[in-house]
Design a protein around this ligand. Structure first.
Ligand code: PLP
Length: 491
């Protein structure tokens, strides 16, 4: 079989690629969704090349993992050198390997200074599971609260915290006990905002920006109510949130929400877990997404001696994806007092491949590239260019077709609004036709650009490599505009 696939790949034509895929799909459970029927031969920067010679602009970057672009030379060199030195010096069998030493050094430079304990794993979901285990052991409490629309992974533990779509749980229940799901401040669909006629909500034409809207307070009230009626504070180990909903639709919280959440956690002795798997590693224009709303003690000019141990930030931070440019490395960062040997004795945390030497080398090189090439600045600048271009596009389309343009840095989401059967646009907050977002991603792919949908509503997400250039953003905007117009014309 391997030989047959290899010879078909070598053929390099569209029909050879089709046959190759048929061969692969024959062995792939249908549950593994495939959005684009292409076979990738190579990648460079923001571009992937297929076996039949197509060049695809990658605005998905492996769901946000390929932060430094495909095959960044510095990451390739670090990986090649490490692969020739030692690949696997297992983290429990030996004390460390040099790639881990380098990575810990780099992590201490980019993580909030209060989070100085690092547990390394392989995937975001595995790291989320371990963050929850740490929170339970540290507090001696059984329950966890997560948010509506959150995505935390596909393991049995992380799946129970996930509510961005039912498909992630369908047929796999019952889910882990002790999980409660709280409302998230999704302002575009907030009933309080609707009752005010969405007066405070930013319009897509840009005269009011997200930063100006303040939370109606409903979600924090609901959390307090949940603690009064469903999960007593003394039973609640942690609240886990993505600083910006990722898979749930790239929804950023309104100002005040995260600060209110931090205060609520402090009041009840509940740990705050920031799932930065998608928002971390520079994606939002800062090293970590939560830093847009919660102060970072390590960057404070004069840290106060009365500052809380958590420094006003999360108690646990989960990282993965962009931290290693596509290599499988994830982790949990926390404080020493939350992982004491009395509660988590040697053996309670581990895993065969966690802290794999090649993955560590990729992560250390990635952190250097993000810092040396100022990719957080690029994420801010190119993200702004992208959002402004999308806002302009929205203003050229029938009003309401693009209901929302949102996000931070290079985590940019577009939500579609209602379109009438006659093809004209319905009022902005009307329900769009099901499948519009997916159709736009297919129309983009037909024009050689990879794009992803997000969440249970009609949204698409742009999350290109952080190295994307201004010219590439312009190409993406042009392709997206054509794709949206084509889909709208067929509505
Ligand atoms: C916020 C968040 N948490 C956790 C995960 C799970 O990560 P992984 O797919 O590496 O298990 C994801 C993946 O998309 C994610 O976006």
């Amino acid at each position: 079989m391997a030989g047959r696939l290899a010879s078909l790949l070598a053929g390099g034509t569209a029909s050879a690629a089709r046959k190759t895929l048929d061969g692969v799909y024959a062995h792939t459970p249908p549950g593994v969704i495939k959005f684009n029927d292409v076979v990738i031969a190579s990648g460079e920067g923001c571009w992937l090349t297929t076996t039949d010679g197509r060049k695809l602009l990658d605005m998905a970057s492996g769901i946000g993992a390929v932060s430094t672009g495909h095959c960044h030379p510095a990451v390739v060199a670090a990986v090649q050198a490490q692969a020739a030195r030692v690949v696997h010096a297992q983290q429990n069998v030996v004390g460390a390997h040099t790639a881990m030493v380098d990575l810990f050094d780099r992590l201490s430079g980019v993580l909030p200074s209060s989070l100085d304990q690092y547990f390394l794993a392989n995937s975001g979901a595995e790291a989320v599971d371990n963050a929850v285990k740490i929170a339970k052991a540290a507090t001696g409490r059984p329950n966890v609260i997560a948010f509506e629309g959150g995505f935390h992974g596909r393991t049995l533990g992380a799946m129970a915290l996930t509510s961005s779509k039912t498909i992630y749980r369908q047929g796999f229940g019952p889910t882990m006990a002790g999980v409660h799901i709280a409302p998230y401040p999704y302002c575009l669909h907030c009933k309080a905002q609707a009752a005010r006629g969405h007066a405070g909500y930013p319009t897509v034409t840009g005269e009011r920006r997200c930063a100006e809207i303040s939370c109606c307070g409903g979600p924090l009230d609901s959390l307090e109510w949940m603690l009064a009626t469903q999960s007593a504070p003394s039973d609640t180990a942690a609240i886990i949130l993505e600083p910006i909903l990722g898979e749930g639709g790239f929804v950023a919280p309104p100002p005040g929400f995260l600060a209110g959440l931090r205060r609520l956690c402090d009041k009840h002795g509940i740990l705050l877990i920031a799932d930065e798997v998608q928002t971390g590693a520079g994606r939002t224009g800062l090293w970590w997404g939560h830093q847009h709303w919660l102060p970072d003690p390590s960057s404070a000019s004069s840290p106060s001696s009365s500052a809380p141990a958590n420094g006003g930030g999360p108690d646990l931070l989960v990282f993965a994806k962009g931290i290693a440019s596509g290599y499988p490395l994830a982790g949990v960062a926390t404080r020493r007092e939350l992982v004491p040997a009395e509660r988590m004795p040697p053996g309670t945390l581990g895993g065969t491949y966690g802290g794999n030497a090649v993955a560590c080398a990729a992560a250390a090189a990635t952190i250097d590239v993000i810092n040396n090439e100022r990719l957080t600045d690029n994420a801010q600048e190119r993200g702004q260019q992208l959002r402004e271009g999308l806002v302009k596009l929205a203003s050229e389309l029938p009003p309401g077709l693009i209901a929302d343009v949102r996000g931070r840095g290079l985590m940019v989401g577009v939500e579609f609004g209602g379109v009438t059967d006659g093809g004209s646009a319905a009022p902005r907050f009307a329900t769009p036709k099901k499948g519009v977002a997916y159709a736009v991603t297919k129309a983009s792919a037909a024009r050689d650009m990879l794009l992803l949908t997000a969440g249970a509503r009609e949204s698409v997400r742009f999350l290109p490599p952080l190295t994307i250039t201004a010219a590439e953003v312009d190409i993406a905007l042009g392709v997206f505009g054509e794709a949206v117009r084509e889909v709208a014309a067929k509505q």
